[in-house]
Design a protein around this ligand. Structure first.
Ligand SMILES: [Zn+2]
Length: 113
């Protein structure tokens, strides 16, 4: 189980676990989206099994975003951030973390299916 979580966090291939799924992580400040490889260079596993395969990853991304926003909300309340700014803070955090959510949601989806 711990090994599986390590593979997901490191973004490794769900079949062989040796090569990374994404070629680049993307950068929100440079408007660069994460770039996914078509198949694993080691085991030739095709990551996008069929067109629309990653539609289900949207549900995973939604769950990740909600978890991040709830965590940020709790931390901001504990730190005493005025409630007028919390919405802007949450939106900022979601915008900053979208490349991470994009990568993690697809990788988790591949491991789930
Ligand atoms: Zn592989």
């Amino acid at each position: 189980m711990v090994r599986l979580v390590k593979k997901i966090i490191r973004g490794k291939c769900p079949i062989c676990g040796k090569e990374k799924v994404f070629g680049s992580k993307g950068n929100v400040f440079l408007f660069k989206a994460p770039k996914m490889k078509e198949c694993c260079p080691n085991c030739q596993h095709k990551f996008e099994k069929e067109p629309g395969y990653f539609m289900g990853a949207m549900y995973v991304s939604y769950a990740l975003s909600i978890a991040e926003m709830v965590t940020a909300f709790i931390i901001s309340r504990l730190l005493g951030v005025p409630s007028d700014y919390i919405l802007y803070l949450l939106l900022f955090i979601v915008m900053i973390l979208w490349p991470f959510n994009f990568r993690m949601s697809r990788i988790i989806w591949m491991y789930l299916t």
